[in-house]
Design a protein around this ligand. Structure first.
Ligand code: GAP
Length: 432
C-alpha cells in the first residue's frame, strides 16, 4: 500500500480511536487541540517499541548504560545548553487573518485564509517556562525539558563514577519532552509533548566520523526492526544554518508520510558543545581520564535520536494494509499489542469455553493474549487482524478429542493444527 496516499492518515486516526490505540485528548470537555491519549492497545504498542529499543541499544550492548532523569531540572542547565537563548523557530503572522505559523511550514501561503502577506519572521522560543512551588517570584522558575539529552550530559560524571564504562560509550534515556510548537498537527506527528528515545555516544574527537557512520547504519537496522521499508525513508544532510544550535553535522531520517516527506529521526554530531558549556557554567570537572594513558579529555558526542511518538505513527502507517474485505495491521510480532487471541468455537458450549479458558490462562502466563468469544469466528479474525494480533487460536470439538487447536496466521490467513502442549513453544519461536 502506498504510504503517501493522502487519506491513509485519516484511516489510521479512525482505526486508532475505534480500537483503543489513541484517543483525542480531553475529549469529554471538547478536547484540547493536538493532544492525544494512548488507549489500552496504543500504550502496549508504545511500550513494545520502547522495550525493543532498550533491549537493542542498552541491554544487549556493553557500551551503553541507561538513566531515567527528573523532568524538572535546574534552569541553569537550559541556560548553559543555550536552549533558553537559541532553541527557537521562526514565527510569522498572516497579515489578513492574524494566525501565527512556523515560517518554514507554510510555503508562502496562509493555510487558514490563503493570504500571502506575512509579518517579518521573529524567533519564537520553544521552551515552556514553569513555576515550581507556592511562591510567585522568578527564583522558582524553570522549564519543562525541551529535550531529554541534557540529563545525560549533566549526569556524565555520575555515570563515569558508578559504572565501568570507557570511551567510546553511550548514555541512553527514554522519556517525555515538551516544546511549545508554533504549528503542531498531523495527529501524533507534531505535538507539544512527545516521547523520545535517544543516547549520547561519547567518543574521542578523532573518531566522531567513524561512529557517525556506524550509528547511521544502526539506525537503518532499527527502522527495519520496527517494520519500516527503507524505500520510504530518505537520509537528508541538513545544511549549515538549518541545523540545531549544538550540531556540526546532522542527518535527518525523513519518511514519506501521507502529508509529505518529513523528519522521523535525527543523527547529530554535537561535538563537545554540551559538556564544555556545562563545565564552564557549573564549574565542575566533566572531563574523562583515559585509564591507560592518563590523558584527560572532553569527549565529543554523536547523538542518534528516535522520536517514540513518530515511531508509533510510522509503525502504524507501515503495518496498515487493506486486503480483499479485511483491514490488517501487519506489525512485526514483537510490536503487536496482543501476541495471540484465544477463541472457543462456540460461546454456548460450556465444555469448549472451559477448555479455551484454561488454554488462555496458560498462555497468558507467557504472552499478552486476548480472549474473544463474541460473534462468529470470521468476525473475530477480522477484529484481531485490525489490531495486528499475529495468531488466533481456536478451540473446537476436535480439541476435546485429540488435544489439538487451530492456529491461524494473521498475514497468510492459513490455518494449521497444533497440539496444546506445543502451543507455548510454537508461539515463542514465531515471536522471536
Ligand atoms: N536531543 C536531540 C533532539 O531532541 P530533535 O531533532 O529536536 O533532536 C528529536 O528531536 C526527535 O523528536 C525528532 O527526530 C522527532 O522524531 C521527535 N520530535 C521532535 N519534535 C517533535 C514534536 N513536536 N512532536 C513529536 N515528535 C517530535
Amino acid at each position: 500500500m502506498d504510504k503517501s496516499e493522502n487519506n491513509l492518515l485519516e484511516k489510521i486516526v479512525s482505526l486508532c480511536k475505534r480500537r483503543g490505540f489513541i484517543f483525542p485528548g480531553s475529549e469529554i470537555y471538547g478536547g484540547l487541540a493536538n493532544s492525544w491519549d494512548y488507549g489500552p492497545l496504543g500504550v502496549q504498542l508504545k511500550k513494545n517499541i520502547k522495550d525493543l529499543w532498550w533491549d537493542k541499544f542498552v541491554e544487549r550492548r556493553e557500551d551503553i548504560v541507561g538513566i531515567d532523569a527528573a523532568i524538572f531540572m535546574n534552569p541553569k542547565i537550559w541556560e548553559a545548553s543555550r536552549h533558553v537563548s537559541e532553541f527557537s523557530d521562526p514565527l510569522v503572522e498572516c497579515k489578513k487573518c492574524h494566525q501565527r505559523f512556523r515560517e518554514d511550514q507554510i510555503e508562502g501561503v496562509c493555510p487558514n485564509c490563503g493570504g500571502k502577506e506575512f509579518t517579518e519572521a521573529k524567533q519564537f522560543n520553544l521552551m515552556f517556562p514553569i513555576r515550581l512551588g507556592p511562591t510567585e517570584d522568578s527564583s522558582n522558575m524553570t522549564y519543562l525539558r525541551g529535550e531529554i539529552a541534557q540529563a545525560m550530559f549533566v549526569n556524565f560524571k555520575n555515570v563515569l563514577d558508578t559504572t565501568r564504562v570507557r570511551l567510546p560509550f553511550g548514555i541512553a534515556s527514554q522519556g517525555v519532552a515538551f516544546r511549545n510548537e508554533i504549528t503542531p498537527g498531523n495527529f501524533i506527528f507534531r505535538t507539544r509533548e512527545f516521547d523520545l528515545m535517544e543516547f549520547e555516544y561519547f567518543v574521542p574527537e578523532s573518531e566522531w566520523e567513524k561512529w557517525f557512520e556506524y550509528w547511521r547504519g544502526q539506525m537503518r537496522e532499527w527502522l527495519e526492526d520496527i517494520g519500516v521499508d527503507l524505500k520510504n525513508v530518505h537520509e537528508v544532510e541538513i545544511p549549515d544554518g538549518e541545523r540545531a544550535h549544538y550540531s556540526k553535522r546532522t542527518i535527518d531520517f525523513e519518511y514519506d508520510y501521507p502529508f509529505g516527506q518529513k523528519e522521523l529521526y535525527g543523527l547529530a554530531y554535537r561535538t563537545d558543545f554540551d559538556l564544555k558549556n556545562h563545565i564552564e557554567k557549573s564549574g565542575q570537572d566533566l572531563s574523562y581520564t583515559d585509564p591507560e594513558t592518563g590523558e584527560k579529555l572532553v569527549p565529543h558526542v554523536v547523538e542518534p535520536t528516535f522520536g517514540l511518538s513518530r515511531s508509533v505513527l510510522v509503525a502504524l502507517l507501515e503495518a496498515y494494509q487493506e486486503e480483499d474485505d479485511r483491514v490488517v495491521l501487519k506489525l512485526p510480532p514483537k510490536l503487536a499489542p496482543y501476541k495471540a487471541a484465544v477463541f472457543p468455537l462456540l460461546k454456548n458450549k460450556p465444555e469448549l469455553v472451559e477448555k479455551a479458558r484454561s488454554i488462555f490462562k496458560d498462555l497468558k502466563e507467557q504472552f499478552n493474549v486476548a480472549w474473544d468469544d463474541r460473534g462468529n469466528i470470521g468476525k473475530r479474525y477480522y477484529s484481531q487482524d485490525e489490531v495486528g494480533t499475529p495468531y488466533c487460536v481456536t478451540i473446537d470439538f476436535q480439541t476435546l478429542e485429540d488435544q489439538t487447536v487451530t492456529v491461524r496466521d494473521r498475514d497468510t490467513a492459513k490455518q494449521e493444527r497444533i497440539t496444546i502442549s506445543e502451543l507455548g513453544s510454537f508461539l515463542g519461536d514465531k515471536l522471536k
